[in-house]
Structure formats: structure tokens, C-alpha cells
Design a protein around this ligand. Structure first.
Ligand SMILES: Nc1ncnc2c1ncn2[C@@H]1O[C@H](COP(=O)(O)OP(=O)(O)O)[C@@H](O)[C@H]1O
Ligand SMILES: [Mg+2]
Length: 266
């Protein structure tokens, strides 16, 4: 049964989508079956995986609102073992439409439950808000990864996020864990970047992933080619960082499948 992990932080531009795409691709490269669920109306994960939003006929919206079976919506990607539950701008309406549903916080959990047996991991790319969609993602998840950008005000807003997580744990999903804080866009040449790393590690200690994601141009270029960094430039720092993150995640979760990395890096 797949482990469900949300990528959440209500701050925009911290690396949620980049992490969702590249961690999903790395886990698939290590031969796990992975579903990337795009839960952001901006649909950056969907376009970043190479899909033209104008051609998406049905999306996560139809699963949430029309009770469409996710198997009829899920798309195969260029990477073997990696599927996508796409989003479109329609999803903006979902929060309001879900308001009057019974168990409105559990809708996504119900949707993902229908295909959970098909995957080893399901990663949910959240929107930059703490609205009902993100609450749905946290309610559906076993754990949450919190990307933290190595920039000014890195810790700002984390209190609010942690409070939301606490509320979800108390009322909706007592088993929700924090998988880890992930430092992103690290630039070793900048004193500020190093200060943020120190500060976040001091604050959250062993809850911070050892793997740090460096600032890397390939990571920002890859989405415009509709590819994870691993397919765009497998030797780039960004691709390597995310493979290491996948390995660290697997180690933490004691998954011991022996990978055959040569197979995917064509
Ligand atoms: N490690 C990185 N190095 C360089 N650019 C990055 C990196 N991570 C993210 N970016 C870029 O920063 C911007 C915001 O990242 P994104 O993953 O979309 O954040 P979020 O989903 O949290 O809003 C995007 O343009 C993305 O390509
Ligand atoms: Mg995003």
C-alpha cells in the first residue's frame, strides 16, 4: 500500500512543485511505483511533467467533485513507474464546491484510497495556501515534507503551517507525521544561505533532511521542457540532489529494494 506524502508550505516559490516532480521521478528511477498528485489549481506539476493543460480532458477536479474514478484520470508519464493525477485551473472552484460536502476534509483521501494499492508512493503537490485543498492533502497523507527556501524570512510562516498540521492531527488524521524539513535553493557561496541552514537545523534538529537541495539552473529550466531534471540533465547537481533525497527517504522508511539505476538514466 502506497505511502502518501504531501509537499506543503503556504509560502509560494519555496520548491514544493520542484520537489514533488523530482522526488517522484527519482523514486520511480529507483524502481518504485509512484503517483504524483497535482493538488494545485496552478497545475505547475502537470505542465512541468510535459502535459499541455489545454489537452487535459479530466483532472483531479473531476475525482473530487464528480466522483470520477482516478484510474480514468491518471496519465502515464515519460518515466516508467511514474503516473500523474493532473490538475487544471478548474480546481480553483473545488474549494467552494467541496464546502457543503459531507466529510469535506476527507474527499482527497477517499479518491487516493481507490488507487493506493497500485503505488509504493503517492506525492501530493499542494497549493501555496492552507485552504481546504491543503487540509484535504494533509488529511489524506501519512506524512508531510516541508520545503524551506534558504532565503530571507525562511522560518516566517512555518508556525502557522505547523499549527495547521497540529489541528489536522488532532481532529482529522492522528497518524500524520512530519517526514522532514527540506532545505531548498541552497547556495554555498552566500552567507545568508548558510545562516538559514544553521538556523533551521538548530530549530528542527533531526527533523531536517541531511540532503540539501542546491540552487541549480537545470532544476528551473527542466519544467519548461516538460521534464524532471533526471531526464533533462541526469548529471546536473539538481538531479543528483533529488536522487539523494529519494535514497534518504527510502532509508528513513526502511525500504530495501535493490535499485537498478542504469535502467532509467538512458
Ligand atoms: N533548487 C532550485 N534551483 C533553482 N531554481 C529552483 C530550485 N527549486 C525551485 N526553483 C525554481 O523556483 C521557482 C519556485 O519553485 P517551485 O517549485 O515552483 O515552488 P512552489 O511550488 O513552492 O511555489 C520555480 O521557478 C522553480 O523552477
Ligand atoms: Mg507549486
Amino acid at each position: 500500500m502506497g505511502k502518501i506524502i504531501s509537499l506543503a508550505n503556504q509560502k509560494g516559490g519555496v520548491g514544493k512543485t520542484t520537489t514533488a516532480i523530482n522526488l517522484a521521478a527519482s523514486l520511480a528511477a529507483l524502481e518504485y511505483k509512484v503517483l504524483l498528485a497535482d493538488a494545485d489549481p496552478q497545475a505547475n506539476a502537470t505542465s512541468g511533467m510535459g502535459f499541455d493543460l489545454r489537452n487535459i480532458k479530466s483532472s483531479i477536479y473531476d475525482c473530487l467533485i464528480e466522483d470520477k474514478h482516478p484510474r480514468d484520470v491518471i496519465l502515464n508519464t515519460e518515466i516508467e513507474g511514474l503516473d500523474l493525477l493532473p490538475s487544471t485551473i478548474d480546481l480553483v472552484g473545488a474549494e467552494i464546491e467541496m464546502l457543503n460536502m459531507p466529510n469535506r476534509e476527507q474527499v482527497l483521501k477517499h479518491v487516493l484510497g481507490k488507487v493506493r494499492e497500485d503505488y509504493d508512493f503517492m506525492l501530493i503537490d499542494c497549493s501555496p495556501s492552507l485552504g481546504l485543498l491543503t487540509v484535504n492533502a494533509l488529511t489524506a497523507s501519512d506524512s508531510v515534507i516541508i520545503p524551506v527556501q534558504c532565503e530571507y524570512f525562511a522560518l516566517e510562516g512555518l508556525g502557522k503551517l505547523l499549527n495547521t498540521i497540529k489541528i489536522v492531527q488532532k481532529r482529522l488524521n492522528p497518524d500524520l507525521e512530519i517526514e522532514g524539513f527540506l532545505l531548498t535553493m541552497y547556495d554555498s557561496r552566500l552567507r545568508l544561505s548558510n545562516q538559514v541552514v544553521d538556523e533551521v537545523r538548530k530549530h528542527f534538529q533531526q527533523m531536517v533532511f541531511d540532503t540539501v537541495i542546491q540552487r541549480n539552473i537545470k532544476l528551473s529550466e527542466a519544467p519548461s521542457f516538460g521534464k524532471p531534471a533526471l531526464l533533462y540533465d541526469a548529471n546536473s547537481k539538481g538531479a543528483v540532489n533529488y536522487l539523494n533525497l529519494a535514497r534518504e527517504l527510502l532509508q528513513k522508511n526502511e525500504k530495501t529494494k535493490i535499485p537498478n539505476e542504469d535502467k532509467i538514466i538512458k
